[in-house]
Design a protein around this ligand. Structure first.
Ligand code: PHE
Length: 457
């Protein structure tokens, strides 16, 4: 007998929960450093264009597939077409591989929050602090990244234990508005700093001479990651959406949340970093350490460092937690659809798995730094493998399935079935049939060529 799937109590609950999944470390930690790395305004422009075209089409498609089939991703593709059943396990692997390393970064965030709370913010501003910490060179329980990683995993598991209604919806309802409010306050504050206008220009005004294929590749990878696309997450969310809810409107709102927070994150990180670099945008070091390495220094120079530090890392922590909740929810529904075991046992198994696999990423910069896969530390490898390889493959086959084997009409029918208008149906068709698969294929081949040294873009 089929168990009745619970659903969100109203559409806004759904939008907030899906936005809670989308808005996370991708927006706050990854987006600003990629924008800084790939030339500021030009990256921003490409990202926004991709978000309202490809992002819109793929997110609508995934949520519609979930609602139509009422299945999590592992079974949903097969229910649409037998030959595409392989996309189920393939997309299911992605959140399962992401969650361990995502929790590692989530752990770093709690660590920074903790240091600010105990009044140790000044130490974080030290150049070597971040590296010393992730390489576990600091001693004691609070200096060990494993402590914070395990704590983050357990916090996520606790929230998931409360279920869809109580867990995701309640948490998202108060986290999201808080998140946006805090982002806006910090962004406005950052813009009052003398010299930040150069940074603002760099961030907002596209410099077309900086356009390159790698900018497009970077923006596209970021789009999948940030909007939780091409990994079954939005399918699972869609499977909980009510039939008479307006799907197009929901997608628009989720995208607005996600892109809005990413833009705000860029605003609160890039202008002050440029300002403190003497107004020179070309000299900012834009790597994954940007948020952890540079911001505490920026906060320190701003004054009120403890207050800003606590507010900022609290915000990042909330965002990371709602995303990891969605990753774990997806993992959970996959396990339960397949193994038919009870929720608590399934969560316990997930926690064990996450800690076991995540330990590799957590210790990969320290005790395990001698072990690399394809020349990468564990965390970088999992990020590369999921983001640059598996997600484009899933996105590509989703386009082929919907655009050619079935028809975009399947998605259009699903969005309009309870009488709602679907204004961007032509955009969706064109995207799913031709534009998106062509771009994804280019990205996939580009990434592979770049990796194997055939292309230096
Ligand atoms: N999209 C979320 C973010 O931007 C994180 C996430 C990634 C969630 C992958 C689910 C899957 O951080």
């Amino acid at each position: 007998m089929k168990e009745k799937r619970s659903s969100f109590s109203n559409r806004i609950g759904f939008v907030l929960a899906a936005a809670g999944s989308a808005v996370g470390l991708g927006n706050l930690w990854r987006f600003p450093y990629l924008a800084a790395k790939y030339g500021g305004g030009i990256f921003l422009l490409i990202y926004i264009v991709l978000a309202v075209t490809f992002g819109f089409a793929l997110m609508t498609t995934e949520i519609a597939i979930g609602r139509k089939t009422r299945l999590s991703c592992i079974n949903a593709y097969g229910a649409l077409h037998k030959k595409f059943a392989f996309l189920g396990p393939l997309s299911a692997i992605i959140p399962i591989l992401i969650i361990p390393y995502y929790c590692v970064i989530g752990g770093w965030v709690i660590k920074y929050l903790f240091e600010y709370v105990i009044g140790n913010g000044a130490a974080l501003a030290d150049d070597a602090y971040f590296t010393n910490f992730i390489t576990a060179a600091n001693s004691g329980i609070t200096g060990n990244p494993m402590t914070w990683f395990v704590l983050f995993v357990l916090l996520t598991a606790l929230v998931v234990l409360f279920g869809v209604e109580k867990g995701i919806e309640k948490v998202s309802k108060f986290m999201m508005p808080l998140l946006i409010l805090l982002s806006a306050v910090i962004a406005i504050y950052a813009l009052t700093l003398p010299g930040s206008m150069e940074g603002l220009k760099f961030y907002l005004l596209p410099d077309f001479s900086k356009f390159s294929v790698s900018t497009v590749l970077g923006a596209m990878g970021q789009l999948f990651y940030s909007m939780s696309l091409a990994m079954g997450i939005m399918i699972t969310y869609g499977s909980y959406l009510k039939d008479d809810d307006d799907l197009e409107k929901s997608v628009t709102q989720i995208e607005l949340f996600d892109t809005g927070v990413a833009l705000l994150a860029g605003l609160m990180i890039i202008p002050p970093v440029v300002a403190f670099n003497g107004g020179d945008a070309s000299g900012i070091s834009a790597g994954p350490g940007l948020m952890f390495g540079v911001l505490p220094k920026v906060f320190e120079s701003m004054g009120f460092s403890s207050l800003i530090g606590i507010a900022f890392f609290l915000l990042v922590f909330f965002a990371a937690l709602t995303s990891s909740i969605s990753l774990m929810e997806t993992f959970l529904s996959i396990i339960r659809d397949k193994l038919h075991i009870n929720r608590t046992l399934a969560i316990a198994l997930i926690v064990l798995f996450t800690i076991a696999l995540g330990s590799l990423s957590c210790l990969g910069y320290g005790p395990l730094s001698d072990v690399t896969i394809l020349g990468m530390a564990f965390l970088d490898f999992f990020d590369f493998f999921t983001n640059s390889l598996l997600m484009p493959i899933v996105a590509f086959f989703t386009c082929i399935l919907i655009g050619h084997v079935l028809s975009p009409d399947v998605i259009i029918e699903e969005t309009t079935k309870s009488g709602h208008a679907f204004r961007r149906r032509k955009l969706l068709s064109a995207m799913m049939r031709w534009v998106a698969p062509a771009i994804v294929l280019a990205i996939l081949l580009g990434e592979l060529a770049k990796y194997f040294g055939l292309l230096s873009i």
